[in-house]
Design a protein around this ligand. Structure first.
Ligand SMILES: *[C@@H]1O[C@H](CO)[C@@H](O)[C@H](O)[C@H]1NC(C)=O
Ligand SMILES: *[C@@H]1O[C@H](CO)[C@@H](O)[C@H](O)[C@H]1NC(C)=O
Length: 338
């Protein structure tokens, strides 16, 4: 059974990749390691290869994962720690040292898709250092004669309005920082990375939003917004961010869904069945190439959250986002999607 699923999914991904030369679009997986029982990276990566995944994101420069990626066909988005935003922003030599320590030893054996400066920090704490950290990292990358995009990962918390999606707007606290971030991204034509979690949106509005809408299941909810019709919460949230970008003059920026998933336990509506439905439908949505109502036909790129259940995260839903248990058994099956 498992093998059948794996080979049909591998076939599916092969078709997906062939349909989109350049390999920019498609589905990746977040490889988090907040656990004490995970298999060694080479084992985890070969499991990923079995299901046809060729893109991962790592939150920190994990040397054991980077080393395991040498010579592989799996590309990686690599993040900086949030606490490094300050030194990276204020000291150009810290940015050069970061690239020297985390990129150069793995170049050109590892395919780096992007360096992300900070994760879900805007608008709090150290996020005012994000724009300068991105600039210094980009300068360090250029000085090393490399060509790797630099970006950051934000969450929907940066938006003060997201409904209807055309009303999407960054909050007063986030706007000054986002304005600087997008100026950099626009000048380099780099994408913005966004966490898109319909699970949390629905958890906040359990009465207004029905479960089917969050799970991409055709149901009773269809949100009309001007001439556009939203049939799922993922598109609605992504387009709220597009609208917010438009309001700060950055409507052309591409958004990568850097994290999206559904917990299989530990909370309301957190079941194996719902996690399986969400992730399979997300993959199908990405494969459809339909884009979102505000960006029709624009291929969406999405990174599933997450590879493994992580037992050192806080108890509750936080420990239940994995596609796999640490013993490499599927938490839920990925179906063949056509
Ligand atoms: C980068 O390329 C330039 C021009 O080819 C060369 O002069 C320089 O030494 C290179 N720098 C590094 C760090 O490889
Ligand atoms: C893997 O771990 C899960 C969760 O602990 C367990 O339910 C399952 O039986 C294990 N599978 C194998 C093959 O050990």
């Amino acid at each position: 059974m498992g093998t059948l699923f794996s080979s049909s999914l591998a076939l599916f991904f092969t078709i997906l990749l062939h349909n989109h030369p350049g390999g920019e679009a498609g589905v990746g997986v977040n490889y988090g390691v907040v656990a004490n029982n995970l298999p060694p990276p080479p084992v985890a990566l070969s499991r990923l290869r079995q299901i046809g995944i060729t893109k991962i994101r790592i939150f920190d420069p994990e040397n054991t994962i980077l080393t395991a990626l040498h010579g592989s066909d799996i590309s990686v988005i690599i993040g900086t720690k949030n606490k490094d935003l300050l030194p990276l922003a204020t000291d150009k030599s810290a940015a050069s040292a970061w690239v020297a320590a985390n990129i150069l030893p793995h170049h050109p054996s590892v395919k780096f898709t992007c360096i992300t400066a900070g994760n879900d920090e805007v608008p709090a704490g150290l996020s005012r250092y994000t724009p300068a950290a991105m600039e210094n990292l980009a300068a360090a990358v250029a000085a090393a004669n490399l060509s790797i995009p630099v970006s950051t990962v934000i969450s929907m918390r940066t938006l003060s309005a997201s409904f209807p999606p055309s009303a999407g707007d960054f909050s007063a606290a986030a706007k000054p920082i986002m304005t600087q971030i997008v100026k950099f991204l626009q000048s380099e034509k780099y994408p913005l990375h966004l966490q898109v979690f319909p699970y949390f949106a629905r958890a906040n509005y359990p009465v207004e939003l029905d479960l089917d809408y969050a799970l991409f299941r055709p149901g009773k909810t269809a949100v009309r917004d001007g001439g556009r019709t939203y049939l799922n919460l993922f598109d609605l949230m992504t387009d709220a961010a597009h609208a917010a970008l438009e309001k700060i003059g950055a409507g052309e920026l591409e958004i990568v869904a850097a994290e999206s998933g559904w917990p299989s336990g530990g909370g309301n509506d957190a079941t194996v069945e719902n996690a399986q439905t969400y992730v399979n439908n997300l993959i199908g949505h990405v494969a459809s190439g339909k884009g979102t109502p505000r960006r029709p036909g624009k291929q969406v790129e999405a990174y599933i959250f997450a590879l493994f259940n992580e037992n050192m995260k806080p108890e509750g839903i936080e420990q239940h986002w994995g596609m796999f248990y640490p013993n490499l058994t599927h938490v839920y099956h990925l179906n063949k999607i056509v």
